[in-house]
Design a protein around this ligand. Sequence first.
Ligand code: OGA
Ligand code: NI
Length: 418
Amino acid sequence: MFPLPSESLNLSSKAVQVQSTLRHKSLLLSIPLLQDNRVIFPFHLLFYYKTKAITMGEVDPIFIQDLEHRPKLTIIEAEGIPLIDLSVLNSADAVSDGSLVSDIGDACKKWGFFQVINHGVPLEKRERLEKAAREFFHQPMEEKAKIRRAEVRISGYSNAEHTKNVRDWKEVFDFTRQNPIIVPASTSPDEEQVVEWHNHWPQYPPQLREVGEEYAEEMEKLSFKLLELIALSLGLAADSFNGFFKDQTSNVRLNHYPPCPAPELALGLGRHKDGGALTVLAQDDVGGLEVKRKSDGEWIRVKPTPEAFIINVGDVMQVWSNERYQSVEHRVIANSEKERFSIPFFFNPAHYTIVKPLEELTSEEDPPRYRPYKWGRFFVTRKGGNFKKLDVENIQISHFRISESELANRFEKAVSVV
Ligand code: OGA
Ligand code: NI
């Protein structure tokens, strides 16, 4: 099984014996039994899997998703996620290309997700980082634990990520684009102090730092291009958002999803929306990323496309655009046979950015749908919450959403003033 830090694992009391016998094509679940201090689920995970019985092994309950969030075994492949060719950006009149801008706008509106090809990121830079990530994660746990991420620090290794309070079947290594980044010293609402978060690099593989930094630089370039195209697609000047990224808090994450003995119960990464402005993701050829289709709420698999990057709109862009573009839920299905690697780049503004709908995109008829919030506070609160299981729901932009009735009131007031 995927190695777990010993302090977080107490198998004798926590382990769930998950057995599968393959007789029927349905899932039967009955009440767990306590036996010898172990929770035994007396159910059989019953699905056809090459007609051969498999034992699911032991899965710590902290990984187990509620029934409604467990993945279906059927896969719907997303023909719908737009594939956008950016080669026109290499020509002289680059960003003024009208059809590219409208394709990007349509993709953001309809899906919140798209893939880009001919994006200008040199393939060798991506491959070098993918190789280094593989070398890093394949080390023994004692080595990786040497740069384990502390609670209030973004950079380093972790295998204790939680999404919506359920543990993810993965391990990660994080580093930021700018080093150090400046963030609020605490999550308190009136925190005035700031602190520096510095990158932490492992000894092995020795090239990780260099290839990681080179890759982050490429990601930043591509993100600015996309940001400008998105601004144009909203009818704004191309550089409308650029100023927010001067002291950006962007980071690269190396994700490793080891094979999982119970992909029906756990997720590689639980359903979530990305909190920043944009995400640029490189996935390998294994697949497993699913996006919630806006039209019907179905989970749609994003088919790996060699050399492409997957782009998605994050919560900050949802707020800036006053919901013209929405941040869409996504998740990663675990795989019982293959390990999977992915590398997202989270393009995040400076900590002091007050995130609110852009004035150009609001009016009396379309008033701001969000109360302003400070990015730095959102960011450090999220980072703290993903690190451990909390009793309360982690911070979400829905906490800043102005309710429909309040919006209607404001509209009425505005109309009556006129
Ligand atoms: C993420 C994410 C998807 C993937 O890290 O936020 O959505 O395919 N990753 O790893
Ligand atoms: Ni994500």
